[in-house]
Write a protein that binds this ligand. Structure first.
Ligand code: S6P
Ligand code: ZN
Length: 194
């Protein structure tokens, strides 16, 4: 994160829980279907969406609380509802580069699933609704899936030094995929883990 001012005084920000926005926002990122082409399984569905002009899946806003000797940060993510093929909109998912860095996620709006998995493939999923708060231990990759019909908004609290490692998830995904099956949400085995 570049150009973030050091501030050694207490700081408060006001969050809009409906869209994850706050001011001032120090970093803003958008991820579209094209950015998640390695994550979603249905390649024909991806091509079809891209032919029609791509689509926004989620937005991330960051506020790093940098002091002279600490790097705690706040991130808010809004995942818009939708599916690619039968797979629900989701974040890319990542491990933290540092193995001593956990994270806390707080779902403030929407419904879905928080998927977590170790490098060995031990899998835990947490059903999510408004005000579910989950502690993610350092060794678990994490991905949020919006299975509802409204935007899902969550707040993440972490240290910037934790870092993001996307490679293993790009290569194999999580052990289970979160899909719509017979009109309902289902977690089905991911063939890349067979
Ligand atoms: C950072 C934290 C979140 C995610 C964000 C997007 O450690 O877990 O701020 O970066 O929800 O997810 P992803 O997988 O695209 O980074
Ligand atoms: Zn993280």
């Amino acid at each position: 994160m570049k150009n973030v001012p050091v501030n050694n005084y207490p700081t408060s920000i006001q969050l809009d829980i409906h869209d994850g926005k706050f001011e001032p926002c120090l970093e803003f990122e958008q991820r579209k279907v094209s950015d998640l082409a390695k994550m979603f399984s249905d390649k024909a569905a991806i091509e079809d969406i891209l032919r029609r002009g791509d689509r926004l899946v989620y937005e991330i806003r960051y506020y790093p609380f940098f002091t002279s000797n600490s790097d705690m940060a706040l991130g808010t993510t809004i995942i818009f509802p939708g599916k690619v093929g039968n797979e629900y909109h989701m974040t890319k998912g990542h491990f933290h580069e540092r193995e001593d860095q956990p994270e806390v996620y707080h779902c403030v709006q929407g419904e879905g699933v928080l998927q977590m998995m170790t490098r060995e493939g031990e899998y835990v999923s947490a059903p999510w609704k408004a005000d579910t708060i989950t502690h993610i231990p350092p060794q678990f990759a994490h991905r949020v899936v919006n299975t509802g019909t409204f935007p899902l908004v969550f707040v993440a609290v972490f240290h910037v030094a934790a870092g993001h490692e996307y490679g293993p998830i790009e290569q194999r995904g999580f052990r289970y995929k979160v899909v719509e099956k017979d009109g309902k949400m289902a977690e089905v085995s991911n063939p890349r883990w067979a």
